[in-house]
Design a protein around this ligand. Structure first.
Ligand code: ZN
Length: 302
């Protein structure tokens, strides 16, 4: 019987990924689904319980002792509350209490971005580092500041929101109302839009990445510019945070190698140079399953 197993739930805005993960971060088995439209708290709970039972049936040697969950929005980890998620409108949801009863496990929760940042310390590239920044670039852009090994949430829960740092005032407008936020110019949908504006062709950021790898000039240029935007935003963050490491994750960062040079160049150009000369920018060590490992990491030392 394996008794070092964590039940990890990566609850996304539109999907759910659950898995059994051992305490070394090895993923044993997973189960995932897309939520139906207009899902409710009851839907989420039914899915989680169903997945837990399926995973147990498939892995009878595993006996999870704890559960970690990532929340796609504001979470109050201390109170065990899912505070609010704008995608689904779900809020004021005492998920730890309700699911704890149903699963008969102790549960730990955290906002998804914060959880990934912490997972980098447990399973990723920050096991030797206490002060770092985690930035995710996928359909949106988010970030988390880790200080002395803990996420700094800010006075009102909004610290680390690097997505709304302006990097190009003359570029695309952001839903927040500003022009040229890093989210508006460097997230996946923005990469598609900028490529379409340049070439007239509609492509996803993953397809554009593939074109860049095959040497297509416009695609290469789009990714270089994306790298420049990201490096500039990180450089601004470095000037006032002065952290040791900047870790980049999320779907768009699967193309890190296409942007690495430009990210570093823009970072060096933007950041206050002398105190940040030893800071480094690295790709996440969590690979494709960052959210699931993020959920598992919440149970570390618990
Ligand atoms: Zn914005």
């Amino acid at each position: 019987m394996k008794n070092n197993v964590i039940f990890a739930c990566d609850i996304g805005g539109s999907k759910l990924l659950c898995g059994f993960v051992d305490d070394n971060g090895k993923i044993i088995d997973t189960q995932k689904a897309i939520f139906p439209q207009n899902y409710t708290i009851e839907t989420i709970e039914e899915y989680i319980i169903d997945f837990y039972n399926k995973l147990k049936l498939r892995n009878p040697e595993c006996s999870p002792y704890v559960c970690g969950m990532t929340i796609p929005g504001l979470a109050d980890a201390k109170k065990g509350m899912w505070v609010y998620a704008c995608f689904s409108g779900i809020g004021n949801y005492p998920i730890v209490e309700r699911m704890g009863k149903k699963l008969q496990l102790p549960i730990y929760i955290e906002n998804d971005v914060n959880a990934c940042a912490l997972a980098e310390k447990v399973y990723g590239v920050c096991n030797d580092c206490e002060n770092y920044f985690w930035m995710t670039v996928s359909n949106g852009v988010g970030g988390a500041i880790v200080i002395n090994g803990e996420v700094y949430g800010g006075a009102f829960g909004g610290a680390g929101e690097i997505g709304h740092v302006v990097v190009d005032e003359n570029s695309l407008i952001c839903p927040c109302g500003h022009h040229g936020c890093v989210e508006a110019v460097a997230a996946g949908p923005a990469i598609s839009t900028r490529y379409e504006m340049m070439t007239g062709k509609k492509m996803t950021s993953a397809e554009i990445s593939l074109l860049a790898r095959n040497g297509e000039k416009d695609a290469i240029e789009i990714f270089e510019k994306t790298g420049e935007y990201i490096g500039k935003a990180l450089g601004k963050a470095a000037s006032f945070l002065n952290l040791e490491r900047y870790v980049l994750g999320g779907g768009v960062m699967q193309s890190f190698d296409l942007m690495e040079y430009k990210i570093n160049e823009a970072f060096r150009k933007e950041a206050f140079a002398s105190p940040n000369k030893d800071a480094v920018i690295v790709q996440t060590g969590l690979k494709y399953e960052a959210g699931l490992l993020g959920a598992a990491a919440l149970t570390y030392n618990k």
